[in-house]
Write a protein that binds this ligand. Sequence first.
Ligand SMILES: [Zn+2]
Length: 166
Amino acid sequence: MDMKSAAADFMKGFPVAPKFVADAMLGKLAKWLRVMGYDTIYRSRYRTGQIQSLVGEGRILLTRDTRSAREDERAVLIRSDHVGEQLRQLKEEACISEDHARWFARCTICNEPLVEAPVEAARENVPEYVFFEHPAGIRFCPSCRRFFWSGSHRQRMVAQLEAWGF
Ligand SMILES: [Zn+2]
């Protein structure tokens, strides 16, 4: 194999992805960005100055508020109330890609990257049929300790993302 394409393939697995902070009106968008693997902070309430300090750490603000968008030139003013259209806007503005390799790598509740679940922990914490169908594919969130695997719930999310054009 030619070195250049090997390097390109290797890099594809570790792209420098943008990090986001979603304002209080964008909870659903934040959840779906996490499904797609994007590091996205979301709170239903933020302390005064908290969003600005997250933006200062290099996060891109996603907001439904025109005034917040005016005050921060890097912010993305989200135009639609519909989460599918919100995701499409981010794709059109090249903030996110269609890289399926990064999907389902992050906890949708806590935003933590998932880690591979130790076999014993997986055996004790997921339904038996899941454990035997996916002995190596069970991951968990180190923060909330939920377990994740490729099942019907995930298939429904994939179908939804595909319906939105991803
Ligand atoms: Zn979690």
